[in-house]
Write a protein that binds this ligand. Sequence first.
Ligand code: C5P
Length: 205
Amino acid sequence: MIIAVDGPTASGKGTIARGLAKHFSLPHLDTGLLYRAVGYQVRLTGGDPDNPLDAASAVNFPDSLLNEPLLRTEAVGALASRVSVHKRVRAALLARQRIFAAQQGGAVLDGRDIGTVVAPDADIKLFVTASLAARAARRLHECRTRGEDAALPDITADVARRDERDRHRSEAPLIQAADAVLLDTTHVTAEEALAQAIHIVGQRA
Ligand code: C5P
């Protein structure tokens, strides 16, 4: 069983994907982390995230980088969004994601283009969304929990900028697959959203 979970930043898709993986005993891949590693590697090597060649050479980041706590920061998220527009970066990461999706027994993958590009034949596709205000408030809470200095207007602008870039890029833009189930988490808790997702998957599995 392959479960694809897509959605914009701070929609709750990561929490839902992790929860589904645990509930159905499936391996989980947070594909955003791969793009974050590329963005971080570009910076480490002094490259320009908007330059396609600099970004493409950063796809060979060491696996140990995936454990770097700084990958979770807002600054690295913004770098990830910039490197993810480049075709060569996406092509290099695609193979890695498809290998993960193809493992026996299935997998849960979350990202922006899982249901449309990485695993278009996924058994279940969820598109998780929430209002900009709700997502910015959650992102602010996450930043403060990590001890990052953050203000709501800046976070809101950053989330909106990332949405804009992810939705309007030419390569694999963020879009709900025609056969994806929409899950709006604006007015529900993380626990309620996960329970809804488990119910949807249970019905279709
Ligand atoms: O999900 P997360 O916020 O960690 O993703 C960081 C960035 O990586 C996103 O804003 C998006 O630009 C990019 N990304 C992507 N395709 C994916 C996952 C993430 O383009 N499948």
